[in-house]
Design a protein around this ligand. Structure first.
Ligand SMILES: [Zn+2]
Length: 365
């Protein structure tokens, strides 16, 4: 059986490690072009730019939004003019995706520096391209994963906790989706079947969330870097990244995509909607009462959504939920990686039941 496993080339995580960026990036080239989101440009860069420049030549350019073909083209031209041989992206998801796409176009090494632990995208060989107006346009599959991913835990601890919790929602799906893919011999993001390594990492991701999630959330509330926070940042960024990309996606992310059909969910973040998708997937895939109870309790303990009301769907109609269910089951969606045949009706029932369980638990608490 052919399996493919995808990894970033090097992953470095720790407090204050942005100060070592010059040393780290010098392994890849002599002159870096840094694409920086406005927040990082104003608040982070001044703290470490002198240390980097002592060891490495760097040109800084602010990300102008969106992660669009136009912005990528603008930055590609600037990189060529600067003569840089390494691309660095620092900031949120769209800045990082843009940096990956620019490096892919120019066939240069890329360094990814997430300033949030809110999704598992940083380590992956994927960019999401939008129009200039911010509408989804297409996925860009890259030839390779980032050459270097650097996560400064102090930066993550300073960000609002909701980002970290949302990242745990995204990471929560990983093990369940990988399990379904494994059972069904379904392809991962490369199209090939996942390896034992990928499934084992997806499992560690889940165990880490259950063990350290609550403590890490509280540490982040107190803007404090602790071992528990370290573990959760690693689970959200590296374990979940390796787990989803090499293990594969299934119903949780497909339900997330379905939920985006309803305007009122747009105020909620990727990981928050993935958490709802994960809870519904437990019903859909007939998990034991014990697992359902564990996952609901986990979500409640860190403040992830557990009812449709929690993601803006207080008065959602059956017709609207069917719209979500239909979109979830579109041809090519990852729900078809599930071992049992998924239909819109089954998804609809899973969402209704998940909501009923969530509500019931809230009233009985
Ligand atoms: Zn995700």
């Amino acid at each position: 059986m052919k399996t493919t496993t995808l990894f970033p080339n090097r992953y470095v995580q720790g407090a204050d490690i942005l100060k070592d960026l010059g040393t780290e990036v010098s392994r890849l080239g002599d002159h870096s072009f840094m694409i920086c989101d406005p927040f990082a440009h104003e608040n982070l860069l001044p703290n470490f730019i002198t240390q980097i420049q002592a060891k490495h030549k760097i040109t800084v350019e602010e990300f102008k939004k969106e992660c669009s073909d136009e912005e990528i083209e603008r930055l590609v031209t600037l990189v060529k003019e600067s003569g840089s041989d390494v691309i660095i992206g620092i900031g949120g998801g769209k800045t990082l995706d843009t940096a990956k796409a620019v490096a892919h176009t120019l066939k240069k090494p890329v360094v990814i520096i997430p300033t949030l632990a809110s999704t598992d995208a940083p380590c992956s060989a994927l960019s999401v391209i939008y129009t200039q107006e911010g509408t989804f346009k297409r996925y860009l599959i890259l030839d390779k994963n980032p050459d270097l991913v650097i996560v400064d835990t102090k930066v993550i601890a300073q960000a609002p906790t909701r980002f970290l919790v949302s990242g745990m929602g995204d990471a929560l799906a990983t093990w369940f989706e990988a399990q379904s893919c494994k059972k069904n011999f379904a392809g991962n993001m490369s199209g090939d079947v996942g390896s034992m390594t990928a499934y084992a990492l997806a499992n560690v991701c889940y165990e880490t969330l259950l063990e350290y999630g609550v403590e890490a959330k509280l540490a982040c509330d107190a803007n404090s870097v602790t071992p528990a926070l370290d573990h959760i940042i690693e689970a959200n960024t590296l374990l979940s990244g390796l787990g989803f990309e090499s293990g594969g996606l299934a119903s949780a992310h497909a339900i997330h995509n379905g939920l985006t059909a309803l305007e009122s969910t747009h105020a909620y973040w990727h990981g928050e909607k993935v958490a709802i998708g994960t809870l519904a997937s437990l019903i859909l895939t007939d998990k034991s009462r014990e697992i359902i109870d564990t996952v609901f309790s986990f979500c409640e303990s860190i403040g992830l959504p557990t009812t449709l009301e929690d993601i803006g769907l207080l008065n959602v109609t059956d017709e609207e939920l069917m719209k979500v269910a239909n979109l979830t089951c579109t041809e090519g969606e990852t729900i078809h990686n599930e071992p049992s045949h998924a239909t819109p009706e089954k998804v609809f029932y899973a969402l209704k039941t998940m909501d009923a369980i969530g509500k019931n638990r809230k009233t009985n608490r």
